[in-house]
Design a protein around this ligand. Sequence first.
Ligand code: NAP
Length: 261
Amino acid sequence: MVGASGRMGTQMLRLLPEFPALQLVGAVASEQRAAAGTTVSSGDGSVLPISAALPPLLAGADLVIDFSSAGAAAAHLAACAAARVALLLGTTGLAPELSAPLAAAAEVIPLLVAPNTSPGVNLLLELVRESAQRLPAGYDIEIIETHHRDKTDAPSGTALALGEAAAAGRGSRLSELAAYARHGHGSPRQQGQIGFGVLRGGDVVGEHEVWFLGQGERLLLKHAATDRSVFARGALLAAQWLAGRPAGRYAMRDVFISGYR
Ligand SMILES: NC(=O)c1ccc[n+]([C@@H]2O[C@H](COP(=O)([O-])OP(=O)(O)OC[C@H]3O[C@@H](n4cnc5c(N)ncnc54)[C@H](OP(=O)(O)O)[C@@H]3O)[C@@H](O)[C@H]2O)c1
């Protein structure tokens, strides 16, 4: 587990006993954390030291779960590919330059890139895609997201993924339809736009609403995360699904469609 000392890592370690098929064989975090001699408990009672180096741990591993830092993703990806160990990459904000290394790694290892591991959000993505496809083109689509006051990126990665799903349902790309900012006068809504609204405040874990607004009716699809453990549990479900698969590039959609089995 890479990022074992972080918020996601800590939650996953806490939930690990619910997943008897998964056994922790190594824990990785930053150099400072490793140098401080920090340890983690593996759920079966044993205690492991946190290491700063992933490659030496891979000989004894079937799968790596990485929720750490976007800046370190390239090195972790290369290490897993070289050692032929499956990788669940949950870290977000991956650089566009990682596209080619991700594609190359997926030739030799099972690779699941999972920017949102919540089962509910992954179902919502499907519902949004289908709704956008089935409703008449005249229905306006608006996405509203709410997060805690400390979140720095906007709109959230999940809001953007919902926008991409809505655009795909309409046979298009979000980059062609998105309206991220509205202010001032004289700019009415354009047909086909996908609009975004962003709210920030308090301790909101994450809420996403997708509105389809037609003449005489509105359809609202909404997801609310009430506890970060939903992402940790979803990640462990996905890890269990990924272990033992053939090499290839997978997404949470594949996990979801196969019913997590
Ligand atoms: N896919 C999802 O559903 C989902 C859900 C939540 C979060 N995330 C993403 O997961 C990532 C981690 O989130 P978080 O909230 O757990 O962050 P966090 O609390 O800041 O934890 C980050 C972890 O990564 C470690 N780390 C940092 N730099 C590293 C490096 N160079 N090499 C190895 N380990 C390193 C940290 O170690 P130290 O303790 O030593 O600093 C810590 O264990 C973020 O990208 C976040 O956006 C994804």
